[in-house]
Design a protein around this ligand. Sequence first.
Ligand code: CA
Length: 230
Amino acid sequence: MSQEATILLIEDEPEIRRFLRTTLPAHGFRLHEAATVHEGLSAAKAWNPDLILLDLGLPDLEGTEVIRQVREWTATPIIVLSARNQEQAKVEALDLGADDYVTKPFGVNELLARMRAALRHASRSADSPEPVFSLGDLMVDLGRRQVFVSGKETHLTPIEYKLLTALIRYAGRVMTHRQLLKEVWGPLHVEEGHYLRVYMRQLRNKLERNPAHPRYLVTELGVGYRLRTE
Ligand code: CA
């Protein structure tokens, strides 16, 4: 039996709180709730949760303030619950150190998948990724730096490989354009969105059966990319 993870929900909308109050404990999570940034910050310090679900539109302050303050003392995963058309706010939250987001209204399966990916990542040390990553017909041997599609070795350029391994490190979670540009090209190139578009297209052409409808390398509109894991 795995130990149940403690979740802190910082959200002021009663319907979402009611929904999560019934669903999360039913899936083996222990839930604490807060309705404002101030309550959320004291609850985070009091409970040291394994994961934080954070609404961005809170009554006292911007939800991003929680990310700013929590990231000063812990790397605990933060998933943002955001409204539709809040691309800018989502990107800001992710760049501040949130791990992922779901867009309201969200289904419980989508939320649970995001939570599992974030908790899995947190339980692994960031500098020791799984030696082999596999997903459908894609297999990446990170130790040998070899990539296989349907058992056939596929040659990637150094940049393509770097881009793929950055996404593998964040597998299942979204990465913003800025984060990817910084990881692959370095901090001086975070505005060069066209690099990313060009290399993502090349990578999809090599790895996806139908690059126009990618199964693995998914676009998160206005935000970034996600390597799907399930
Ligand atoms: Ca709200």
